[in-house]
Design a protein around this ligand. Structure first.
Ligand code: NAD
Length: 507
């Protein structure tokens, strides 16, 4: 839709809202990406919020983000919208992916035909399915599964439940999965999926129904030897168990016990692996230890800060503790907290579990704003939340020596330039958070072979695979005199290019 027309609709709708739901003014339009018909920033009751053009409905009287707000709904029903700045800045992730690919391909003069293949996703599945909610109302949901590439093995990648999930984001995340598998030498391709919902809006029973209907709608587009989902933002082992159970009921009875590996990240009793829950955080900490060792940096007493205190962030924070490092600041969807004397990550994890999954009001630290969080005096920053958090603006505030990217795509291209110019080391996402897919691979293997590995064995094998990948990236960075993100990309595309050359293009 042309921007002029968007503006017109926007003004018209804002006017309507003015009368019936007290939207006070339209602040600005942010056409964030080519694939989105974009976002509008409103102020309502003095609170900022976002809404999608053409989808203005059911507004909460406190927050126009009612339909898309990522924040948990607190008791009393008042909605937050503090992270509107983050949302407004969401740019096209897939464009970032293509930029990264082009940069690396130009350096190593990759075969343009192969680049053309790698720049496109193989399959994009969009499903719409109805679910009867607890109150009897029927709602139609939209789910995505993007399969980027399977040259190296079955498609593999997480499922995300989040209000900002869209096809652009899923394409980017699927492509990064292909690179991750290639760098770590795992026999998987890349895929990703998601549902555009705010899980906080639904009861656990409704989430189960939504998950099962989504799995049913995907049908044979997933499968243990074809495409294997795993947890990502707002999905967890319980959700994986529901996917497994639903998938099993759709196959012939004599096949049912041969498809345990249709998902990874399952609870241990349902075929999960020891160490999968902590795997991404564990991989990040192995890499930080290796970086410290390579750079003669003492982790004992070093200060670190973490953004996102979910699966990845909380495990990384807790596992850093054994090095004698000190967690001094944490930010999640509810806000940021700081304590220069140190925050005990185990204590904070217990608090978060008992307080709606968020760090808000943690009594042993002081609340700070976003700017103060990014400006905190620390040595290491572990972003483990969402994309595009390290922008040119926030990268300038950072005081750290190392950014260890736990999240996928936490740094946008402008932020990346600032980090490079300031000499801040970066362990890039496609290497740094690959511990998750490595242990998913171990889970898949154990299920196929009816084996069960002890934690020690999982940790030892994870350490070897992720450190080997680190060394491949480090040597490539030295060889081509490039930053580590580009080096990691070169490792991935070179491997895929070789495979395509060996096999040729059918027919
Ligand atoms: P999660 O749902 O367990 O946790 C997400 C965390 O991010 C929560 O603490 C949430 O409060 C916080 N958050 C959300 N929006 C935020 C915002 N605007 N500002 C600050 N914090 C915000 O998800 P997760 O599984 O820990 O995944 C986190 C990141 O790691 C994602 O980018 C995901 O793709 C990536 N990742 C996850 C895995 C895995 O195994 N789970 C593996 C590789 C990469």
């Amino acid at each position: 839709m042309a921007l002029k027309l968007q503006l017109f609709i926007l003004r018209k709708e804002a006017k309507m809202k003015d009368s019936d739901s007290k939207v006070i003014k339209v602040e600005r339009i942010t056409p964030v990406s080519r694939s989105r018909e974009w976002k509008t920033l409103y102020f309502e009751h003095g609170r900022p919020g976002l809404e999608r053009i053409g989808e203005l409905k059911g507004l909460c009287k406190h927050c126009v983000l009612r339909e898309t707000c990522a924040l948990p709904k607190p008791a009393g029903g008042v909605w937050h919208c503090k992270d509107y700045k983050t949302l407004a800045k969401k740019s096209s992730l897939y464009e970032n992916v293509i930029q990264q690919l082009e940069k690396a391909a130009n350096i190593v003069h990759s075969d343009r035909d192969i680049c053309q293949i790698l720049a496109a996703t193989m399959n994009e599945i969009i499903v719409h399915f109805p679910v009867k909610l607890d109150d009897g109302q029927v709602k139609v949901f939209t789910g995505y599964r993007v399969q980027h590439n399977n040259a190296l093995g079955p498609y593999k990648g997480g499922l995300r439940f989040h209000p900002l999930v869209d096809i652009d984001e899923v394409r980017a995340l699927a492509t990064w999965m292909t690179w991750k598998s290639a760098i770590t030498h795992i026999p998987f391709g890349g895929a990703k999926g998601g549902l555009q919902i705010n899980p906080a809006d639904y009861t656990s029973e409704e989430i189960e129904k939504i998950t099962r209907r989504f799995t049913f709608a995907l049908g044979n587009n997933i499968g243990p030897e074809y495409d294997i989902p795993a947890p990502d933002v707002n999905t967890n082992p319980q959700i994986m168990a529901w996917i497994l159970d639903t998938y099993m009921t759709t196959v012939a009875p004599n096949e049912r016990n041969r498809c345990l590996h249709v998902v990874t990240g399952k609870p241990i009793e349902s075929g999960g692996s020891q160490g999968r829950n902590k795997a991404t955080g564990q991989g990040i900490v192995f890499l930080i230890e290796k970086w410290a060792n390579d750079n003669g940096f003492n982790l004992k007493g070093a200060k670190y800060m973490v953004q996102g205190f979910g699966n990845v962030g909380s495990w990384a924070a807790r596992l850093m503790k054994k090095n004698g490092s000190k967690l001094i600041a944490v930010e999640d969807v509810s806000g940021a907290i700081h304590n220069s004397a140190g925050i005990d990550p185990d204590d904070l994890s217990d608090y978060v579990k008992n307080h709606g999954g968020v760090v808000l009001d943690y009594p042993k630290a002081q609340p700070i704003d976003k700017e103060a969080f990014f400006s905190a005096k620390a040595d290491i920053f572990i972003p483990a939340a969402l994309e595009n958090q390290i922008t040119a603006e926030t990268a300038r505030l950072l005081k750290v020596k190392l950014v260890a990217e736990g999240a996928n795509g936490p740094t946008d291209p402008d932020g990346d330039k600032v980090l490079q110019n300031r000499g801040i080391d970066v362990i890039p996402d496609i290497l740094c958070n690959s511990g998750g897919v490595i242990v998913s691979y171990f889970e898949w293997l154990q299920n196929k072979r009816s084996e069960f590995w002890e934690m020690d064995e999982v940790d030892r094998k994870l350490h070897k695979m992720i450190i080997d990948a680190y060394e491949r990236v480090r040597e490539t960075a030295r060889k081509y005199k490039v930053d580590w993100r580009t080096a990691a990309q070169i490792v991935a595309i070179s491997k895929l290019e070789n495979v395509y050359h060996e096999r040729g293009i059918f027919p």
